[in-house]
Design a binder for this molecule. Structure first.
Ligand code: UD1
Ligand code: UDP
Length: 381
């Protein structure tokens, strides 16, 4: 029998961190030719992940430009994908999550009548503009996909409510598979500044911020809140690997740079980031992925957004919505910095997102779909 040609398509940092373990799992299956097509919607931040996981793409659309618009990303991906699909002739295309690459990858597969597997399916806020454009991207991909790999039962239920009833699997999130390969107790940072941080003596706050719906006033308020927290707490060191987006870097330069106890650094390779998270005191972020990783590492998270599509972590008690108003963010951060009992209540390892075997279940489900294996059991937390 011919091998199944399964093509994973991704383009940004978080997709790469969550898809590289799957590309490798598929490559280890006898029945599968694991193909990898990157759009390079992100360039440096994508390449860094490919290096960490030692994944070599079979096709690279290389689309990134500075300050790219949503339309440019989508149209360049669509055009580039035509060529990739014609050359690599996949039997199935896998996309991940909710980026512009995800949407364009799924749409392009549909145009070529190639079935689509959606990894990290079923997340919802039910707010069309938040996160923007991600909520719409993932809804549109739900209409196109054939197989849905839901991290949690809650995600599966979201799809069932939308009358999507076929091809659903609860797998856990592949980010937990990734974390299991990167976090080590004896890890030594390649970035020397991180080895020197006073982890035990001071409270290391790990911060990231990049979302499009936070551009403008919300991002200004977030930066001012971070400045205030650093200025008013001598026992804090704030570490912020700044996203390469010029919009984000301008806001950081304007409102945060120069504040005491603030370390503004370049984006970290995934293994450095994961190990820093494992050692920090508190995470403050608008990132989706960090809301899944930090609870698994026992770190409280304040989410710098108005909503979250990850209610499981909120229910587990390790993630709280801080919003995007300066005073609210400062009040919530101060509570966790100054009130030991409040901190301890949030700081416990809770992992609603998987057991590290999501990739195995996804690969099994794909083989089952093509009549080449048994149907995998759903993951239960
Ligand atoms: C994208 C995703 C978002 C995801 C985020 C992860 C969309 C619409 N947004 O947002 O869902 O949470 O990635 O980080 O798909 N840049 C570089 N080098 C890089 C990466 C980015 O210079 O390696 C700069 C470029 O100027 C680029 C800009 O950042 O134009 C923005 O990148 P883009 O992918 O458009 O948006 P993100 O905010 O990163
Ligand atoms: N991350 C990283 N280096 C950094 C910041 C984040 O490797 O400097 C990782 C982080 O651990 C997580 C992923 O990138 O795995 C999250 O990506 P991002 O916040 O860019 O996107 P989102 O998850 O919000 O879509």
């Amino acid at each position: 029998m011919d091998k199944l040609r399964i093509m994973s398509v991704f383009g940004t940092r978080p997709e790469a961190i969550k898809m590289c373990p799957l590309v490798k799992e598929l490559a280890a299956r006898e029945d599968v030719e694991s193909l990898c097509c990157v759009t390079a919607q992100h360039r440096q931040m994508l390449d860094s992940v490919l290096d960490v996981f030692a994944v070599k793409p079979d096709w690279d659309l290389d689309i990134m430009t500075p300050r790219q618009t949503l339309s440019t990303i989508t149209s360049k991906c669509l055009t580039g994908m035509d060529e990739a699909i014609e050359a690599l002739k996949p039997d199935m295309i896998l996309v991940h999550g909710d980026t512009s690459t995800t949407f364009a990858g799924a749409l392009s597969a549909f145009y070529h009548q190639v079935p689509v597997g959606h990894v990290e399916a079923g997340l919802r806020t039910y707010d069309k503009y938040s996160p923007f454009p991600e909520e719409m991207n993932r809804k549109l991909v739900s209409s196109i996909a054939d197989l849905y790999f839901c991290p949690t039962v809650n995600n599966k239920n979201n799809l069932l409510r939308e009358h999507i009833t076929q091809g659903l699997f609860v797998t856990g999130n592949t980010v937990i598979d990734a974390l299991k390969t990167t976090v080590r107790a004896d890890y030594r940072f390649a970035t020397e500044e991180l080895n020197r941080l006073p982890y035990g003596e001071k409270k290391v706050l790990l911060v990231t911020c990049h979302r499009r719906e936070n551009y403008g006033e919300p991002m200004r308020s977030i930066m001012l809140a971070l400045r205030q927290i650093a200025e008013e707490n001598r026992d804090v060191e704030l570490v912020y690997p700044v996203h390469l987006s010029p919009v984000v870097r301008e806001a950081v330069d304007q409102y945060l740079r120069g504040a005491p106890r603030v370390h503004l650094i370049d984006p970290l390779p995934a293994d450095e980031m994961h190990n820093l998270m494992a050692r920090c005191y508190l995470v403050m972020t608008d990132s989706g992925g960090l809301q899944e990783e930090a609870p698994a590492l026992g770190k409280p998270v304040l989410v710098l957004r108005r909503e979250t599509e990850r209610p499981e972590a909120v229910a587990a008690g390790t993630v709280k919505l801080a919003g995007v108003v300066q005073d609210d963010i400062v009040t919530m951060a101060h509570r966790l910095i100054r009130d030991k009992a409040a901190y301890e209540t949030m700081a416990h390892a809770a992992n609603p997102y998987g057991d590290g075997h999501a990739c195995r279940r996804i690969a099994d489900a794909i083989l089952w779909h093509f009549g080449r294996g048994a149907k995998p059991e759903d993951y239960t937390a």
